[in-house]
Design a protein around this ligand. Structure first.
Ligand SMILES: *[C@@H]1O[C@H](CO)[C@@H](O)[C@H](O)[C@H]1NC(C)=O
Ligand SMILES: *[C@@H]1O[C@H](CO)[C@@H](O)[C@H](O)[C@H]1NC(C)=O
Ligand SMILES: *[C@@H]1O[C@H](CO)[C@@H](O)[C@H](O)[C@H]1NC(C)=O
Ligand SMILES: *[C@@H]1O[C@H](CO)[C@@H](O)[C@H](O)[C@H]1NC(C)=O
Ligand SMILES: *[C@@H]1O[C@H](CO)[C@@H](O)[C@H](O)[C@H]1NC(C)=O
Ligand SMILES: *[C@@H]1O[C@H](CO)[C@@H](O)[C@H](O)[C@H]1NC(C)=O
Ligand SMILES: *[C@@H]1O[C@H](CO)[C@@H](O)[C@H](O)[C@H]1NC(C)=O
Length: 391
């Protein structure tokens, strides 16, 4: 098997021959580099991109039955949870940050298959955070305690996938929780969607909003940030398609989330660059000097679009949604998948951060560095590939 991978690697580096599966090639390459294992420079760290990657590995495990993925998920989770279930790795409930909760679905998965009580203890610690997590007057979780009254799209992926999976697995009849999850998506949508008179209206969602309107970037009218950032919207779109699998169809929230997904999807499709097929870093300013095609957001959109259509959540009568995703995917494997001499691949052009701690404007976003093998982007590429390979 190793030999086959070496040969495959040589073949692809020489001729760009297609591997059997980009999803497994990308996942195996990240694993070979020791990515997404709960450690950062050898030190335990609860990291949301590990949670994102483990979500993809679980899907691959269920698809291919490769036990190595299960072992890798377990090793990574064990690196940040003590035997008694206490979550460590720089996690502190009182920081009230949504990001670490994205590793919670991994613990729920492990609890489901092993029945070990340590995972139940760990998820209850995360769930306990939500019970006292600070909120806006409307009820939106603050992105972090240090960012009062701010809702960021990223936080929906970090918080709600866990909140929904927890409720599904452990409190399925808690309608208050399902209402709350629905409301998190809805408030974020209402407060950040571009309105009809917005300049460069893409009908998409700004990166975030400040309910108290005091952040330097908050618009005077609604408190939203100035730009649509590809990865923030990518997180939100992934959260929509993933939580729609989890929330009971009998709960009214299902229809609410479905409606938001159906509203956004055609606009995500239309925001793809016509020539390349992929998405700009700053979606609201296509073609402006300094803007560029960014790989993590693009991969997230491909995943979300393909999954939405595959499951019939969104109709695609003229094939334009799947067509857009396929074109983008073609660009991605051509330009952002880099074959290495050792048979692994690398993933290029992922912007390292995009935060609302500074001006949140165009100049801010384009000034952030890109990196190779950033797991936020690479994990999204595995997810996109899993969907693409189902076509
Ligand atoms: C299973 O996954 C491991 C870890 O990435 C990889 O090394 C191995 O080649 C995979 N096995 C198969 C049969 O693909
Ligand atoms: C859990 O185990 C860790 C590591 O051994 C220890 O530091 C911590 O105090 C324990 N927590 C509880 C609640 O027992
Ligand atoms: C485990 O996962 C399966 C499949 O999603 C689900 O049907 C079952 O309810 C889960 N069990 C627990 C204890 O969470
Ligand atoms: C149901 O969810 C709500 C909202 O998160 C929470 O306050 C409540 O404690 C949950 N109910 C139970 C029985 O745990
Ligand atoms: C729509 O957005 C523009 C630009 O941000 C703003 O001037 C206007 O007040 C907004 N209108 C509504 C109804 O929110
Ligand atoms: C609208 O987009 C164009 C080009 O994409 C850009 O040059 C311009 O600055 C944008 N306008 C605003 C108000 O963002
Ligand atoms: C990654 O992309 C950057 C910018 O497009 C490029 O300069 C660099 O050579 C690429 N890296 C690899 C290993 O291809």
């Amino acid at each position: 098997m190793i030999l086959i991978y070496i040969l495959l690697g040589i073949a692809s580096s020489l001729t760009h021959a297609k591997p059997d599966s980009y999803a497994t090639w990308a996942a195996n390459s990240a694993i070979a580099r020791g990515q997404g294992n709960g450690l950062s420079n050898g030190v335990p760290l609860v990291a949301y991109d590990d949670g994102e990657f483990q979500w993809a590995l679980r899907l691959l495990y269920e698809r291919d039955g490769n036990e190595s993925y299960l072992d890798y998920i377990m090793t990574g989770a064990n690196n940040i949870v003590f035997d008694n279930g206490t979550v460590h790795g720089s996690y502190d409930v009182t920081d009230y940050v949504l990001d670490p909760l994205r590793t919670g679905p991994t613990f729920l998965f492990l609890y489901n298959i092993t029945g070990e009580s340590k995972w139940k203890t760990a998820v209850d610690i995360f769930r306990g955070q939500l019970d006292s997590h600070p909120r806006t007057a409307q009820g939106q979780f603050w992105h972090k305690l240090i960012y009062p009254n701010q809702g960021w799209l990223d936080g929906i992926y970090m918080g709600e996938v866990f909140y929904a999976q927890y409720t599904h697995d452990l409190q399925p009849s808690n309608t208050t929780a399902w209402d709350d999850i629905t409301s998190q998506f809805q408030l974020m949508f209402q407060n950040t969607i571009q309105n009809a008179t917005a300049p460069n209206n893409t009908h998409l969602m700004y990166h975030g909003y400040d309910y108290s309107h005091v952040a330097v970037w908050a618009s005077p009218d609604r408190g939203h940030s100035p730009e649509v950032w590809d990865r923030a919207l990518g997180w939100y779109m992934m959260a929509l398609v993933d939580v729609l699998d989890i929330i009971p169809t009998s709960h009214p929230g299902y229809a609410v989330l479905l409606h938001i997904l159906q509203t956004l999807t055609p606009h995500v499709r239309d925001a793809a660059d016509r020539l390349s097929g992929v998405w700009w870093l700053v979606i609201t300013q296509p073609g402006r000097a300094g803007n560029y095609f960014e790989s993590s957001g693009s991969a997230m959109f491909v995943y979300a679009l393909l999954k939405a259509v595959r499951l019939g959540r969104v109709q695609d009568p003229d094939g334009s949604i799947v067509g857009t995703a396929k074109k983008a995917y073609g660009y991605m494997v051509q330009n952002w998948v880099v074959p290495n001499a050792d048979g692994t691949m690398s993933w290029n052009n992922t912007v390292v951060v995009g935060s609302l701690n500074l001006a949140g404007d165009f100049d801010y976003y384009i000034s952030q560095p890109t990196d190779i093998n950033d797991l936020k982007g690479l994990a999204a590429f595995v997810l996109a590939s899993i969907e693409y390979e189902k076509l």
